[in-house]
Design a protein around this ligand. Sequence first.
Ligand SMILES: Cc1cc2nc3c(=O)[nH]c(=O)nc-3n(C[C@H](O)[C@H](O)[C@H](O)COP(=O)(O)OP(=O)(O)OC[C@H]3O[C@@H](n4cnc5c(N)ncnc54)[C@H](O)[C@@H]3O)c2cc1C
Length: 509
Amino acid sequence: MERRDVIVIGAGLAGLSAAAHLATEGHRPLVLEHHAVPGGFAHEFTRRGFRFEVALHALDGAGPGGWLYGMLKPLGVLDRITLQRLEPLYRLRLPDFEVTAHADVNEYRQELVDLFPGEAEGITGFLDAVKRVGRDVGGFARDRATGWKPTPIEMMERFPDMSTAFTQSWADFLSAHVSDDQLKAALSALWGYFGLPPSRMSAGLFAAALASYHLNGGYYPVGGSMALSRALEDVIVEHGGSVLYRNTVTDLEVEAGRVRAVSTHRGERYEADVFISTASPLDTIGFAGSDHFDPEYVEKMTADAPALSNLVVYLGVEGDLAAEGWDHHEYFVDDGYDLEAGYQTVVDGDFGRAGMVITNYTESDPGCAPDGHSVLVLMTLAPWDHADVWGTGGDLTDYSNNPAYVAVKEAAGAALIRRADALIPGLTERIVVQEIATPLTNVRYGRQPYGSIYGREQTVENMFAHRRSPRTPIANLFLAGAWIAGGGMSTAMGSGRTAAALAGRALAG
Ligand SMILES: Cc1cc2nc3c(=O)[nH]c(=O)nc-3n(C[C@H](O)[C@H](O)[C@H](O)COP(=O)(O)OP(=O)(O)OC[C@H]3O[C@@H](n4cnc5c(N)ncnc54)[C@H](O)[C@@H]3O)c2cc1C
């Protein structure tokens, strides 16, 4: 096997992005992927003519001027995919009212003011503050790209809104502007994208995401996130890189403080100068053996709490749901206004009550279902340890054929279907195809520890200066992906670009 300059472990969006950046800069990366297809969570599966998106609901930063747009354009990825702006961004159903989050932020603001006229000033102040955080985050990213290393005082002077928001919880940020609990719940509709209650979620992170989704827009690619993954893979291959599937990395060979080679479960060995791992930091440490890292580093990584996982019900149904009035992509359903309690229902695995999102993919990607049919996906966040790890007692061997697992999984899925059936009458009788994914599915296909969908928890304490570094104690080994940069597909691609820049410098120097 020919020696490569860079090896990337994992062909999720973080790994594909890292390799695409390196390939277009003249390197010849080799990506080694456990699964048979690219994308990690950004992929699809088909059943009886229905094409199911595994994960993506809405991509942020993908519109002209957005941060993802600026990253994908030079790679040529935007010439290979069609991105659609979601209008509305989503609809939210709370017990006493509904909110249509229009793509136009002024329309969105007006709808909130109509619902909560007494809070008009607070709503405007809130949206302005969100915009300022978004602007600061963009400015900070541009300045950092020049190599600027600010002191905390310089940060505060130049980016005051961002600096403050990253030391605050979302609950405190909200309370600084509005007081009505129903309004607070409405403004936090996207909390599930981060999987933490307002008291623990980083205000900086959530405000920056809201700024991106509400100002630049939420996007969905025609053909789903798989179209994006395939486009990145094409860029890699056309520029001389390669991706090998069904190759699970099991070992990193370390010699004199540097990684020399990786080995896969097939017994193949690949040498390179620089390595990027998008497997979790703990898995990466395990590939090399913890002896090669100082104990404090290993301890820190071991202590990282995973973000929540998910329960997803994928349905192929008879009928054109858009024609029946489900003419929007995303519908959030919450049965209460207390999001701290809502988070607890998720942690308790109470799927009859946990906040749920219903996505009609046929609306944004009509080719995904046969004529006269629809693809509907029901999703809620979910804990890893539900029903003692979903009926398996923690033994994942051949778990999908374990009757106890199947029973727990189906009961959980049925709870979501019952709730959707109350909103879409006759849904149950119209189901043609049904698949259910649990946290264990995420381990099986994506090798994500605890089925975490966003890597490490994105709390106030874990943010900003306390994020995990893409550098490791081994000079030619870098990390990327959700455990390093945070959850989300755009974030994963951003983290891939950062790792590629570090790898490029290591190769040059
Ligand atoms: C149901 C669901 C809904 C979501 N909705 C959204 C959304 O609407 N918007 C959004 O922005 N984000 C969403 N996310 C989150 C987003 O998908 C992830 O945060 C992001 O895709 C993570 O990318 P990644 O490359 O870090 O990891 P992954 O996508 O998990 O990719 C990691 C890859 O590495 C491979 N790998 C791991 N270990 C090895 C090894 N030892 N050898 C070889 N290969 C290995 C895995 O097989 C996998 O392909 C969602 C996630 C889920 C599960």
